[in-house]
Design a binder for this molecule. Sequence first.
Ligand code: BDR
Ligand code: CA
Length: 311
Amino acid sequence: MAEPVIIDCDPGHDDALALLLAVGDPRLRLLGVTTVAGNQTLDKTTRNAQKILALAGAHDVPVAAGADRPLVNELTVAADIHGESGLDGPDLDVPVPVPVGVHAVELLRKLITEAESPVTLIALGPLTNVALLLRTFPEVTANLRRIVFMGGSTTRGNSTPYGEFNMVTDPEAADIVLRAPIPLTMIGLNVTHLALATDEIIAELRAISPICAELMTFFADAYRRNFGFPHPPLHDPVAVAYVLDQTIVPTVRAPISVELTGVYTRGATVVDLHHRTGRPDNADVAVDLDVNAFWTVLLNAIRQNPIGNPA
Ligand code: BDR
Ligand code: CA
């Protein structure tokens, strides 16, 4: 039976491909999508999620907008990486419906509590909505199988030398989630930096979906400009790939905390891989990636979507 999942996201180029993976792979049943401010402002991330779902033919997946800023920080968007629209590159002039008329936290509560079997929540942006959900409706944990989030790193960061974007954007939300009484998996930069969209991958993608190839071409330029990466890392789909096949993303148990007060390190995840601190384990931490298996599932899923079958 397909695993029921909900995606909370801030599209974003890599979020977009993560949505396509979740829609296209038969092992997952996407119950709903919630959006958060992060890569761009909330109105833009919401519209982007709706456009991608429309292009994927997923018209019956409800979308609800959530937090328009982090819990404490001011919002700093990633226009340098994702452009002014949040999904710069191709012309995505697709009509979209109005989002459902409830806040993301309410849609999450409803979908989780009404699901027939425990739900996996996949968080691909700052953890603001997820933290608000856990604080507002703690009873959802009874029917939440696990939270798998893309964020953090066991090594270095991307927003700051040691801080990853989703964690740095809302460290207090990350702190709330990391203390939650629920199975957690962290998919950090240490593994997503192995998911590089090489020229060969982008060429394969172009044959399947010109829109996806254009998204990746913009993303590749941004990564070259900002980080000197020869190829862009496709962070968020790795979290979805983990949910549908855990052998693709091996993990270890470890204690994770997020730095809230560091002068230079606020938002950095502190992952005690060698158990030196005596803190209890609170998460599974991704430590590797089966790169070939990852691209196989992602490209196959995109082939299943109307976005992957251009006329
Ligand atoms: C994360 O930050 C965002 O820019 C991406 O969408 C991804 O979720 C990578 O640090
Ligand atoms: Ca994201």
